[in-house]
Design a protein around this ligand. Structure first.
Ligand code: TTP
Ligand code: MG
Ligand code: MG
Length: 418
């Protein structure tokens, strides 16, 4: 018998119809479109650097096998045939090669995955614009205002995704996001799972607590140490006990989600506050001795941020840099321009301002070794808003900033890092 505390009334369930759509074995499925001869086989996608297929003289392709791999890469995803052999996302490739030595190994091709991601989301938006983007292969939809019944609607969504991409997805429909997300995973691949409040005890409570989005490995382990394994166990645990162990806020949240309560809305437009990239060096780099390498790293970061900005169709007015010294001390500096970086943002303009930011950092004699470098653009605006004039403004600002460098408080150009 499950005991519900007073705030666990099921009235939250009544009014909404939320869908969670998640692509099936996403990266691997995109690869199979490029290599249809691999359909039905155990295929594993590794990182971007694993060997590419090689064309043989007879025109066919030679694919690498897991057993030929040596290195520290991990599985990003695997086809369901490979999963049947015990291979999963996040597993070391060497470890997975012991389970599935003959499985085909392919390198990841992130540009293609982003392209397919945009395509399936655009197809779904044709059916409903009430969509929250939750990452490369999943979305939430608020279907409450559509009159069509859930099953035909889910089938129509799947068909639209397949027509736009050739790929399959799984859909969960439930009264809220929490249950919809669990539901979409219940009948993968290609499944449609519709849950009502009445399904809670039979279909949700037997599942392990880790199936709840927000209960990660650490929380699941702490719950396990209290003898709480399933979501049903969690629902049976008095809220006071959970608050005692997890604090009031977290304890009450655990108690609510265990009985399927979640009133969080679908956020159709999420404001992006900044676009940034950072890199931790393989070894600490010295300001002077490794100046060329630091310069190369800064350049690479600016290239990546500029590419991100173009992809997200954004530009920005504030450019910042972040440095972590070998002693873990952090230094950040930023410059806000009078108007946004010129459109389209280029690595060169970004680099020019990032260098000005770096020049504002004072490198004490005991702070010459760096372990991390980052570049960030904020105060964002859509690319369409900027005009060519901004370039002139940017140049003026840079000239003004450079002048300041000669003041006695700041280090001289010759002493500057990269
Ligand atoms: P998921 O949706 O978690 O997995 P999936 O689409 O491969 O398989 P499923 O049918 O179970 O949904 O992740 C989407 C993509 O994100 C996945 O194809 C590869 C990538 N990914 C990683 O790179 N590392 C990871 O640890 C996970 C879980 C996913
Ligand atoms: Mg997926
Ligand atoms: Mg996913």
């Amino acid at each position: 018998m499950f005991i519900l505390s007073p705030f666990h009334t099921p009235c939250f369930f009544m009014f909404r119809r939320i869908a969670h759509l998640d692509m099936d074995a996403f990266f691997a499925s995109v690869e199979l479109i490029a290599y249809p001869e691999l359909y039905g086989q155990a295929v594993v996608v590794g990182g971007a650097r694993v060997p590419r297929p090689v064309r043989k003289p007879d025109g066919s392709l030679h694919f690498a096998r897991l057993k030929d791999y040596a290195g520290r890469g991990v599985v990003t995803t695997a086809t369901y045939e490979a999963r049947a052999l015990g291979v999963f996302s996040g597993m070391g490739l060497m470890q997975s090669s012991r389970l599935a030595p003959a499985a085909i190994l392919l390198p990841a091709n992130f540009e293609a995955y982003r392209d397919y991601s945009r395509r399936f989301k655009a197809a779904v938006r044709e059916i409903t614009p009430r969509m929250e983007d939750r990452g490369i292969d999943e979305i939430f939809l608020d279907l409450t205002e559509l009159s069509e019944a859930s099953l035909p609607l889910a089938r129509r969504l799947q068909a639209a995704v397949r027509t736009a991409t050739g790929l399959s997805c799984s859909i969960g429909i439930a009264p809220n996001r929490l249950l919809a997300k669990i539901a979409s995973d219940l009948q993968k691949p290609g499944g449609i799972t519709i849950l009502t409040p009445d399904d809670l005890s039979a279909r949700i409570w037997p599942l392990p607590t880790g199936k709840i989005n927000g209960i990660g490995k650490k929380t699941a382990a702490r719950l396990h140490s209290l003898g709480i394994e399933s979501i049903g166990d969690l629902a049976q645990t008095p809220v006071e006990v959970l608050c005692l162990h997890f604090g009031q806020h977290w304890g009450e949240w655990l108690s609510r989600v265990a009985v399927g309560i979640d009133d969080s809305p679908i956020v159709t437009w999420r404001e992006i506050k900044s676009i940034s990239r950072e890199t931790t060096f393989e070894r600490d780099l010295h300001l002077r001795r490794d100046r060329a390498e630091l310069s190369r790293q800064l350049d690479a970061l600016c290239q990546r941020v500029a590419a991100d900005m173009i992809r997200k169709e954004m530009t920005g007015r504030t450019v910042g840099v972040k440095l972590r010294f070998a002693d873990f001390r952090l230094a950040t500096r930023e410059i806000t321009l009078p108007s946004a970086l010129p459109a389209p943002p280029t690595p060169e303009t970004l680099l020019a301002v990032a260098r000005q930011c770096l020049k504002k950092i004072v490198f004490a004699p005991n702070r010459q070794l760096l372990r991390l470098l980052g570049v960030r653009v904020s105060t964002l605006e859509p690319l369409g808003n900027t005009c060519e004039g901004s370039m002139e403004e940017t140049k003026k600002t840079q000239a003004a900033q450079t002048k300041n460098e000669d003041s006695p408080q700041t280090p001289r150009q010759a002493e500057l890092p990269f």
